[in-house]
Design a protein around this ligand. Sequence first.
Ligand SMILES: Cc1cc2nc3c(=O)[nH]c(=O)nc-3n(C[C@H](O)[C@H](O)[C@H](O)COP(=O)(O)OP(=O)(O)OC[C@H]3O[C@@H](n4cnc5c(N)ncnc54)[C@H](O)[C@@H]3O)c2cc1C
Length: 357
Amino acid sequence: MNNIVLFKDRAYCCGCGACWASCPRNAISMVEDEYGCKYPIINESICIKCGKCLKMCKYQNVKSGKNPIVAYAAKTKNEQILNKSASGGIFASLAYEIIALGGYVAGAVLEFNQNQKITVHHILSNNKGNIELMQGSKYVQSDAWRCYKEVIQIVKSGKQVLFCGTPCQVDAIKQITGNPDNLITIDLICHGVPPARMLQDYLKVMGKTLGGHITGFQFRDKTCHKEWTSKITIKKGKKEKNYFIPSRFVSFYKYFLESVIYRENCYTCPYANLKRVADLTIGDFWGIEQYHKDDLGRDTNGWSCVLINTKKGKDFFDMHGSGIQKFLSKAEWIEKNNHQLRHPSMKNEQRKNVLDS
Ligand SMILES: Cc1cc2nc3c(=O)[nH]c(=O)nc-3n(C[C@H](O)[C@H](O)[C@H](O)COP(=O)(O)OP(=O)(O)OC[C@H]3O[C@@H](n4cnc5c(N)ncnc54)[C@H](O)[C@@H]3O)c2cc1C
């Protein structure tokens, strides 16, 4: 078997997998490099050279998105949803509405198998029990491509689909479905994504240190009423125990926040600006107290920002956002404390050393 690397320069592949999903012969595999980042590889003996994979790849030719029409500070009204979400619970609040109306939702889930191997991938579901699995930020790359073919089928059947992911994943799903009216997209304000294998390596070490098998991990758990606490669930014998660790002591998290371990292309991400590709953009509202002191009163925790970027997004948010409390804000204020809305994360000079260690 002769394998060809689809994109020779790693800076030009975001790993969204649009090429994988569009291949009519299933000739493409997403294969890990030495750091665990996945890239498309073509099996030449099956490939019919139709060129569809390159045509579907938006990343090679990103067109500008749209400046937000409206910006909000927002948070779910439901405390249970809020506590399970990384930020203001905007995604889950909208997701419950859509499923109740007969629609489907696509988001990222983190799974552990017996050998403490983790996978982070997108699922498409119309079961509200699965929303909890999608809630919470998994700060690694999700294999979003695993759900693309199902999304294509469901939107073709006329049912509504709410897809949430990083901007490159959103651009991919729009491209391969043709962005019909019944597809609503939400992109995250995204720093960049490390490969899931790095999180797995970290959790393996933690499992050894804590003397058990890791069966669960959450980046931003709110049990201790602090947003930046990681929760590790360990199985020792037949018992499971939770450990809550301030995120600043989690080395993986530190490397993530300091832009050390992202995929190569994240450092030149063409989506890191205010021209958004999705109907809605969600993120943390950093520095909210600076601009909304009077609106907030004493309720200063857990607010998200929502950027409404298209008319489709506006109609959707107006119609399905009744579970969300919100007040008008400004995109410039949100941008000020979120550099990903101005430029990509800068490569940390420690990157090579850390990746090769
Ligand atoms: C890799 C990554 C980097 C981020 N960087 C920033 C940032 O720099 N600034 C900022 O303001 N916000 C950032 N966020 C967004 C932030 O963490 C919250 O997700 C966001 O504020 C929405 O919060 P929420 O409570 O509405 O929803 P959440 O409960 O956080 O869930 C939101 C959605 O994100 C999806 N999701 C979770 N992990 C992933 C993943 N790995 N890939 C794709 N989709 C995923 C979930 O399935 C769900 O659909 C980032 C998120 C991720 C995943």
